[in-house]
Design a protein around this ligand. Structure first.
Ligand code: 0A1
Ligand code: ZN
Length: 876
C-alpha cells in the first residue's frame, strides 16, 4: 500500500518539516470493519521551511471519505489523495484547520500496525510509521502536537475506552447502544506516541504518589479473568516510578498511567504517552505459569517503557536515524534499574551474554550497521540489537568515562536543555561534553562506526624496574558500507592482580589511575605501570567496560588464577568462559577435546566457594553457547561439530564434578513458597544447572531425577527446567513429559509457547518434521507473533544444527515460512528472515544452501519492503 519500491532515506537529507501541527482533535467511531476517523489538524506553515511548500501528508492504505478546510468542504482539484499521500498543492493560508475523514478496517489489519483487533479488542501500534494507517498526517517524529481524542463505541463491545493523557469526559450517547470517552494529553508529542484501546478488559488498579506529591492513578488492563496475573507488573511499575525519581530526578507528569496487555503484538511493548501497550508476555505472571526469566523480563520491560516517558516522550527523536537516542539510553536506564533491584554483577553478566549473542553476531555479519545508521530503506528493520544493546553500551561507556557525578550532570543538562524537543545524538553528546568540559568528538565515533572493535593486549613485566607494560593495539573490522575506520576512544577498566589475589597499585608514571580506567585512543598505545614488586596478572576490560573483542596473551594458568581471585566478579565469570571457549574451538575444529583439567579445577573451585552467591555461580557454570563458539570460529563453521564439542565438554565437566553437582542439587533444595526475588531465583538457577549437568550423559539416574522434579515442581521455573533437561535426551520420558505439560497448560497460550520453544530447540534430525507438524497444531497460528517466534523463530535462531541441516531442508523451510508470512505480517516475517544473518560463517555446503534460500526469497515478486530489505542486505 505504501510506495512499492521504497527508496533509501539518508540522514544527510534531513530537512525540517514544511508544516507543523499545533493541535490535533481526533474522533474515532469504532467499528469492526469500518472505523470512521475524523482528524482536525491545526496546521501552521513552518517559518523554517521552504517558501510556498505544499502540504504533503503521509498515508498508508487509507480510504478518504471527506476533506474540509476551516469547516468548508474541499473538492478536487485543489487536493490530490492516494492511499499513500494527501497533497494540497496550494494551501489556502499559512494557518488553517484541515479536517480529514477516513475509513479504516481494524479486523482486516493483520500487520498489527495502525488500528487493529486483538482477541476482539481494539488497539493501536503507531511506532514508527503506523499512524499514517489511521489518518493522513505529517507522520514524522519532529512534528509535535497536542492531541485530544474522542472515542465512541458500542457499549457492549467496548465498555473500556482508553486514550493518551487524562480522561476529561465520558458518557452514554442517548438513544443509542453507544458510549464515548474524551482523553486529552497536554504534552505535545509526535504521532508515533498516539494510542487508543477499546474493548472488554478487566482493570487492576493502584496508585502512586510522586516525590512532589502528585497522586497518579495506575491501571493495568488485562483480558477478563487474568487480573490475578498482573500483580508483579504493578509492583515493578511502582518500583520503576520511585527509582526514576531517585536515580535520575524524573517524576511522572500526568494524573493517570495505564498499561494494557494484549495477546497480539509485534514487539515487546510500546511507550505511548500515558497509555503503554504491552505484549501480554511482559505483564502476566504467576508462579505456576511464569519462570524466573519471565519475571525478570516483566520487571525490565515495565521499567523500560515507563522510563521512556522522559527518554523518548518528553525528549523525543528528531528523525528515525536518532532511534538510539531514546532506545540505547532507555535500555541503559532499565539495565541500571534491574541492577539496583537485583545483583549488579549477575545482571551485567546476563546483559553481556545477550549483547554477545545478539549484537556481536549482528555486527560481524551482513546486517551490521552503526548505532546511528546513516541510511535505511525500511525503518522497521532497525529496531535491532545494535540500536538497543550497543546503544546502551555507548551510554554506559560515557558514564565510565565521566564518572557517576559527571554523568548525572550531563543527564541533567540534557533534560534541562531539551525537554519538549525532538533531539539528536549531537544534542545528547553535547550535553555531556559541556557538562564535563570535555571534547567527546572521538567518543562519538561509537555512534557512527559499525563493527566490534578488536583490542589486542600484551603485557611485559620488568622485575628490575618494578614496571608492567601493557601494549595495546585496536582496529575495527570492515562492515557493509564502511571500509577504513578510525581508532575509537575505549574506556578500559582494569586491575593488576598480585600473587596474593589482591589488586596491586595501578599507577601510570607517578599518577594513580582514577577509578581503574585507562583510555585507549590510538591504533597502538603502551601504558607503563610502576611500583610493582611482583609480576601481576592483568584483569582486563573489567565489568565489560567496553563492548570489544579482546585478545590477550594471558595463559590458561592466568585465567585459572583470575577465575579464583579476580576482585571483579565479571572477570571471574569471563575467565572461566574464555578457558571453555578455547577448548570448544579446538574441539570443534579438530574433533578432539583437549584435556579440560584446568577448566574442571577452576569450575570446581567456583562451585565450592561459599562466598559466591548462587545466581553468580549459575552464570559462571553455564558454558558459552553454540552461537558464541561459532562467532569466535568466524568461518567454515560446522554447527554439528560445535554442538558435539559443547556436548563433549558438558559431559566432561558434569562427570568430573558429579559429586559437587549432586551436593549442590540437594543442598540448594527448593524450600518454602515460591518468591520471584533475585536471591530465590538464583538458588533455583543453580539447582537447575546442577540438574542439567547431572543428566548430561543421558544415564537413567539423571533422567529419573529430572522426571521427579518435573512432576513434583510447584512452580514453572523448576517444572520448565526439568522439561528442558528431558527434551534434550531421546528417552521415553521426553514425550511423556511433553504430553503431560501440554495437557496441564493447554488453555494457556503463553505457557504453550514454552512448549513450542523446547520442541523447536531439540538438536536432532526429527525436529524439522516435528516443527512442521506443530504448525498444524490447533494451538499454533501464523497470525500471532508470539506463536511464530516461539516455534519458527526459536527453530531458526536457537537451533543451529537443525536450522543449518546439511541437506538444506531447514533453510528452505524457514524461507518458505517467511514467504507465507510476508503477506500477513511483514515485520515478523522480516525478523524471521534475519536469522540467516550468520550464514557467511558456515562451511561451504551449508553456506550455499542458506544463500540459495535467501536468493529464492529475494527473487519472489511482490515482497514487502521489510522482507526485501533484509534479503537484499543479507546477500549484499
Ligand atoms: N519503542 C518500543 C519498541 C517498539 C517498536 C515498534 C513497535 O511496533 C512495530 C512496537 C514497539 C520499545 O522500545 O519498547
Ligand atoms: Zn524502547
Amino acid at each position: 500500500m505504501r510506495d512499492a519500491e521504497p527508496k533509501a532515506i539518508h540522514l544527510a537529507d534531513y530537512r525540517p518539516p514544511e508544516w507543523l501541527v499545533d493541535k490535533v482533535e481526533l474522533d474515532f467511531a469504532l467499528h469492526p470493519s469500518q472505523t470512521r476517523v475524523t482528524a482536525r489538524l491545526a496546521l501552521r506553515r513552518n517559518p523554517e521551511g521552504t517558501t510556498g511548500a505544499p502540504v504533503v501528508l503521509e498515508g498508508d492504505g487509507l480510504t478518504l471519505v471527506r476533506l474540509a478546510i476551516d469547516g468548508k468542504p474541499l473538492v478536487g482539484p485543489s487536493f490530490e489523495a492516494t492511499p499513500a499521500r494527501l497533497t494540497l498543492a496550494h494551501p489556502p493560508a499559512d494557518t488553517f484547520v484541515l479536517e480529514v475523514e477516513t475509513l479504516v478496517d481494524p479486523t482486516a489489519n493483520t500487520q498489527l500496525m495502525g488500528l487493529y483487533r486483538t482477541s476482539g479488542n481494539y488497539c493501536t501500534q503507531c511506532e514508527p510509521e503506523g499512524f499514517r494507517r489511521i489518518t493522513y498526517y505529517p507522520d514524522r517524529p519532529d512534528v509535535l502536537s497536542v492531541f485530544t481524542t474522542r472515542i465512541e463505541a458500542d457499549k457492549a463491545e467496548a465498555p473500556i475506552l482508553l486514550g493518551n493523557g487524562n480522561l476529561v469526559e465520558s458518557g452514554d450517547i442517548p438513544g443509542t447502544a453507544r458510549h464515548f470517552a474524551i482523553w486529552h494529553d497536554p504534552w505535545p508529542k509526535p504521532s508515533y506516541l498516539f494510542a487508543l484501546v477499546g474493548g472488554k478488559l478487566a482493570k487492576v488498579a493502584d496508585s502512586f504518589v510522586t516525590a512532589s506529591g502528585r497522586k497518579v492513578e495506575l491501571g493495568i488492563y488485562v483480558e477478563e479473568g487474568k487480573e490475578a496475573r498482573a500483580g508483579y507488573a504493578m509492583d515493578a511499575l511502582k518500583r520503576s516510578m520511585r527509582w526514576d525519581e531517585e536515580a535520575f530526578g524524573r517524576e511522572y507528569d500526568l494524573d493517570v498511567f495505564n498499561i494494557v496487555a494484549v495477546s497480539d503484538f509485534n514487539m515487546g511493548a510500546m511507550e505511548n504517552k500515558g497509555l503503554n501497550v504491552f505484549n501480554d508476555k511482559y505483564v502476566l505472571a504467576t508462579p505456576e505459569t511464569a519462570t524466573d526469566a519471565d519475571y525478570s523480563g516483566i520487571e525490565g520491560v515495565i521499567a523500560h517503557e515507563y522510563f521512556h516517558n522522559w527518554t523518548g516522550n518528553r525528549i523525543t527523536c528528531r528523525d528515525w536515524f536518532q532511534l538510539c537516542l531514546k532506545e540505547g539510553l532507555t535500555v541503559f536506564r532499565d539495565q541500571e534499574f534491574s541492577s539496583d533491584q537485583r545483583s549488579r554483577p549477575v545482571k551485567r553478566i546476563a546483559d553481556v551474554r545477550m549483547l554477545k549473542a545478539a549484537q556481536f553476531t549482528e555486527d560481524s555479519g551482513p546486517l551490521a550497521h552503526p548505532v546511528r545508521p546513516e541510511t535505511y530503506r525500511e525503518i522497521n528493520n532497525f529496531y535491532t540489537a545494535t540500536v538497543y544493546e550497543k546503544g546502551a553500551e555507548v551510554v554506559r561507556m560515557l558514564k565510565t568515562l565521566l564518572g557517576e557525578d559527571g554523568f548525572r550532570k550531563g543527564m541533567d543538562l540534557y533534560f534541562e536543555r531539551h525537554d519538549g524537543d525532538a533531539a539528536t545524538i549531537e544534542d545528547f553528546v553535547a550535553a555531556f561534553a559541556d557538562a564535563a568540559g570535555r571534547d567527546l568528538t572521538q567518543f562519538a565515533l561509537w555512534y557512527a562506526q559499525s563493527g566490534t572493535p578488536l583490542l589486542n593486549v600484551s603485557g611485559s613485566y620488568d622485575k628490575e624496574a618494578g614496571t608492567f607494560r601493557l601494549d595495546v593495539t585496536q582496529s575495527v573490522p570492515p562492515t557493509p558500507g564502511q571500509g577504513d575506520k578510525k581508532p575509537m576512544l575505549i574506556p578500559l577498566a582494569l586491575g593488576l592482580v598480585g600473587p596474593d589475589g589482591r589488586d596491586m597499585p595501578l599507577t601510570l608514571g607517578n599518577t594513580p589511575v582514577e577509578h581503574g580506567v585507562i583510555e585507549v585512543k590510538e591504533a597502538a598505545q603502551s601504558f607503563l605501570f610502576t611500583g610493582l614488586e611482583a609480576r601481576p596478572v592483568p584483569s582486563l576490560n573489567r565489568g565489560f567496560s567496553a563492548p570489544v573483542n579482546l585478545v590477550s596473551d594471558l595463559t590458561e594458568a592466568d585465567r585459572v588464577f583470575l577465575a579464583a581471585h579476580d576482585g571483579d566478579p565479571f572477570n571471574r565469570f569471563d575467565s572461566l568462559q574464555r578457558i571453555a571457549l578455547e577448548l570448544l574451538k579446538t574441539c570443534a575444529r579438530s574433533g578432539t577435546l583437549p584435556a579440560p583439567d584446568a577448566l574442571i579445577t577452576a569450575t570446581g573451585a567456583v562451585v565450592a566457594d561459599t562466598a559466591l552467591d548462587a545466581a553468580f555461580k549459575a552464570q559462571a557454570l553455564a558454558l558459552p553457547g553454540e552461537s558464541e563458539v561459532a562467532r569466535e570460529l568466524g568461518s567454515d563453521v560446522n554447527p554439528d561439530a560445535v554442538y558435539a564439542a559443547r556436548k563433549a565438554l558438558r559431559i566432561a565437566v558434569g562427570t568430573a564434578l558429579a559429586a559437587d553437582f549432586a551436593r549442590t542439587y540437594e543442598s540448594a533444595g527448593a524450600g518454602g513458597a515460591f518468591a520471584p526475588d533475585a536471591a530465590s531465583a538464583g538458588r533455583r538457577a543453580l539447582r537447575n544447572l546442577a540438574l542439567d549437568y547431572l543428566a548430561v550423559t543421558g544415564a537413567a539416574e539423571g533422567i529419573a531425577r529430572a522426571k521427579v522434579q518435573f512432576e513434583a515442581a510447584d512452580n514453572m521455573t523448576d517444572r520448565f527446567a526439568a522439561l528442558a533437561v528431558l527434551a534434550q535426551h531421546d528417552v521415553p520420558e521426553r514425550e511423556a513429559a511433553l504430553d503431560a505439560f501440554y495437557r496441564r497448560f493447554e488453555s494457556d497460550a503463553l505457557v504453550i509457547d514454552k512448549w513450542f520453544v523446547l520442541q523447536a530447540q531439540i538438536a536432532s534430525e526429527g525436529t524439522l518434521d516435528r516443527v512442521k507438524g506443530l504448525m498444524l497444531h490447533p494451538a499454533f497460528s501464523l497470525s500471532n507473533p508470539n506463536r511464530v517466534r516461539s516455534l519458527i523463530g526459536a527453530f531458526a535462531a536457537t537451533n543451529p544444527t537443525q536450522f543449518n541441516r546439511a541437506d538444506g531442508a531447514g533453510h528452505a523451510f524457514v524461507a518458505d515460512t517467511v514467504l507465507s508470512l510476508d503477506g500477513k505480517n511483514p515485520q515478523v516475517a522480516a525478523r524471521l528472515l534475519a536469522s540467516f544473518k550468520t550464514f557467511r560463517q558456515l562451511e561451504p555446503v551449508r553456506r550455499a544452501s542458506a544463500e540459495a534460500a535467501l536468493r529464492r526469497v529475494a527473487q519472489t515478486p511482490g515482497l514487502s519492503a521489510d522482507v526485501s530489505d533484509i534479503a537484499t542486505r543479507s546477500l549484499g
